[in-house]
Design a protein around this ligand. Structure first.
Ligand code: COA
Ligand code: ZN
Length: 314
């Protein structure tokens, strides 16, 4: 007889990193006025997050939505100095700008798949690793900023299909050898299933039992919460999530949103894993996202709530 999941053996706490202002907004074509982005960040700062991914410093030609990154980051750090502000950067130029804006952590993005790395950053993986080394030196010289390597397409790639765990380990090895404070393992297109996820994650965890490893899950195939449970059982406790389930890489065809923060919090709290986040406030922000950004929500809990508001709740 198969043994049951030992929920009592799961970690008691998990940290959720809010990524809607970066991953969510980058995939919205119509420019969200800077004041609206700032208003959403101000509201998010009341939820209890230790860490928020505030924006990305990328080419405004590649992602026009992020053209106001410096203004958004500067405003955020001035008003919310106690929240760790993360900025995604694809190159040295982005890192320089993010440091200028006062970012605490630089999420240097590169992909485990060559094709997606080229599509997303116009570099080979080796070229990205050279840039990562330079970004680590820059952050070191600047003093307080940390660098994380954000490994996109860690499980499946829209162009190459399944990604070998050796490709992920190669980047993780290099990142930690360069002195990165953490890595993020990303299911960029949201198609990883628990068997694939467990195989790659357990290899990473076995090699790096004590290093900071963040999990970044999209929910294209609806597997994100099942994957969260698998990751928790392997001892992973830091998860990216996006209010309203917004998100998606503009350079990864078919990618849907990140797992919705409200669904992640609801799920974790129900299975006895505390997040220290205020779910009521998250839902209030989520409900205002369509009006503020023009984006549709992709969130179970928000759908239940709006159905209840419209009198359709049961
Ligand atoms: N921030 C702002 N501007 C940047 C920049 C950055 N990080 N990196 C490059 N640029 C500017 C350059 O100054 C140059 O401007 P110019 O034409 O006015 O002189 C222009 O962008 C092109 O620069 P180049 O170095 O030739 O870059 P590229 O065209 O090869 O593009 C990237 C490479 C990485 C900059 C671009 O593909 C990019 O921003 N990708 C990010 C994709 C992304 O955000 N994906 C989603 C997150 S996973
Ligand atoms: Zn993402």
């Amino acid at each position: 007889m198969p043994s049951s999941i030992d929920f009592k053996a799961l970690p008691r706490r998990a940290e959720i990193v809010e990524v809607c202002p970066r991953d969510g907004f980058q995939n919205i074509k119509t420019f969200i006025p800077t004041a609206q982005k700032i208003a959403i960040l101000d509201a998010l700062s009341e939820v209890g997050y230790k860490t928020i991914e505030v924006t990305s410093f990328v080419s405004p030609k590649a992602v026009p939505q992020m053209a106001d990154a410096l203004e958004v980051m500067t405003d955020f750090k001035r008003k919310h100095p106690d929240i760790e502000a993360v900025a995604l950067v694809p190159n040295v130029k982005g890192a320089e700008k993010a440091l200028l804006g006062g970012a605490d952590t630089l999420n240097f993005v590169l992909s485990a798949s060559e094709s997606h790395n080229m599509e997303n950053t116009r570099k080979t993986i080796d070229e990205s690793l050279v840039a990562l080394a330079e970004v680590c030196k820059l952050a070191d010289a600047a003093g307080k900023a940390k660098v994380h390597a954000s490994v996109a397409t860690s499980f499946y790639c829209p162009f190459e299909g399944e990604i070998a765990k050796s490709a992920v380990l190669r980047i993780v090895d290099k990142a930690f050898s360069l002195g990165c404070a953490g890595v993020s393992i990303a299911d960029t297109i949201g198609t990883a299933h628990p068997v694939k996820l467990q195989d790659t994650l357990s290899a990473v965890r076995e090699r790096y039992p004590n290093q900071k490893i963040v999990l970044h899950l999209h929910d294209t195939h609806g597997f994100a919460l099942a994957n969260t449970l698998v990751a928790l059982s392997l001892g992973f406790t830091i998860f990216d999530a996006s209010v309203g389930g917004l998100g998606g890489c503009p350079f990864a065809p078919g990618a849907a949103g990140n797992v919705a923060t409200e669904d992640m919090v609801n799920f974790l709290e129900k299975i006895g894993v505390s997040t220290d986040l205020n779910l009521k406030k998250i839902l209030e922000i989520s409900a205002r996202i369509p009006e503020k950004t023009g984006a549709a929500l992709c969130s179970h809990l928000a759908a239940v709530q709006s159905a209840a508001c419209a009198g359709g709740g049961a």
